[in-house]
Design a protein around this ligand. Structure first.
Ligand code: DAH
Length: 337
């Protein structure tokens, strides 16, 4: 083996590798030079027959040639997109796959969606309203008198004299009444704000779902039917309900609805504070003063409205005893839902 023949082989290999365009051609090249019967392999095997004084020089040349050809190969493999291992099997199909963590909806979003879906299924359209509201929509149009305590700066986040963060989803009623003529049947989920002292039971941000229906001849019995259907769907078919008279400026008459405690079935436990009942919403027949502000004729139309706090319902449902958990975004808490 002469010095020039190693150089010749390299020169030939260099020009051949340029012509290789597919992984199959590269593999053929590898076999031709480095395979069991390849040119370089033969050279190394042939060393045994070489005169001992030449063996060292020729051995070095052969090894150098092998590594030059190997690097031609790896460069080409990289250029063609990824190295190929010597074995044709590169994937172990028996290994378990990589698991990627799935994102989830926040428990409040889940509760909001579930409740909204139930009403949507009963024919309610979905509407949204702005979180930054005017004093008029949040209070005035809903028949809150000018000196009502809810309007107080202590309770409401004011942005300016007339702008505030809505304290409830009820202003969506008026916004929708202004846009539509009866029949209007709407469910309106959303975020609400109150300047509360933060505690296990109250937070400055929370969520509500508002529902309302206005048409000819809508009665309190319709309201009871819809709330009953909702409670049985959401809390279970043997839930009992209790209606208590209440007061809201925008409904007359007004009521608050309790359901029998689903944990103890009404016998009394920690969740229901041993009362057997859990309050879930406020509701009533829409006050004629609200209709007057949107030019609905109260002689022609009547309607009901209801509103519920989502955090409260989610807390009851999942037996969570601190509202702040919903807003801290601790994954150990959120991953449970
Ligand atoms: N907006 C009331 C609140 O935040 C809840 C409410 C009560 C809504 C009665 C209604 C209703 O639509 O009819 O406390």
């Amino acid at each position: 083996m002469s010095e020039s023949s190693a150089a010749d082989i390299l020169a030939r290999a260099q020009s051949e590798i340029v012509a290789c365009q597919t992984p199959e051609q590269v593999e053929a090249f590898r076999i031709q030079y480095l395979g069991k019967k390849g040119i370089v392999t033969a050279m190394l095997k042939g060393l045994a027959d070489v005169a001992p004084d030449q063996r060292k020089v020729i051995g070095q040349q052969a090894n150098e040639l092998r590594s030059q050809i190997e690097s031609l190969l790896t460069d080409k493999q990289a250029a063609l997109g990824g190295a190929r291992s010597k074995s044709p099997i590169t994937i172990d199909y028996t290994l378990p796959g990589k698991r990627y963590p799935n994102g989830k909806l926040h428990p409040i979003t889940q509760t909001l969606n579930e409740i909204t879906d139930i009403f949507h299924g009963m024919g309610f359209e979905i509407a949204l309203g702005p979180e930054v509201e005017t004093e008029h929509y949040n209070f005035g149009s809903l028949n809150f008198p000018p000196d009502h305590p809810a309007r107080d700066m202590q309770d409401t986040f004011y942005i300016s004299k007339d702008l505030l963060l809505r304290t409830h989803t009820s202003p969506i009623q008026v916004r929708e009444f202004e846009k539509k003529k009866p029949p209007v049947r709407i469910i309106a989920p959303g975020r609400t704000y109150r300047q509360e002292a933060i505690s296990a039971r109250s937070y400055c941000v929370f969520h509500q779902v508002e529902g309302f229906y206005v048409d000819r001849d809508v009665t309190f019995a319709d309201l009871k039917g819809v709330i009953n259907a909702f409670a049985q769907t959401y809390f279970g078919s043997d839930v009992k309900m209790r209606w208590r008279p209440s007061f809201f400026p925008f409904t007359e008459p007004s009521a608050e609805v309790d359901i029998s405690c689903f944990l103890c079935g009404g016998k009394g436990c920690r969740i229901c504070k041993h009362e057997g009942w859990l309050e879930i919403l406020g509701c009533g027949m829409i006050d004629p003063n609200v209709f007057a502000a949107v030019n609905y004729d109260p002689e022609e139309y009547s309607g009901y409205a209801f509103g519920m706090g989502i955090e409260r319902i989610a807390m009851l449902r999942h037996q969570i005893d601190d509202i702040r958990l919903f807003f801290e975004n601790d994954l150990r808490f959120l991953n449970q839902f």
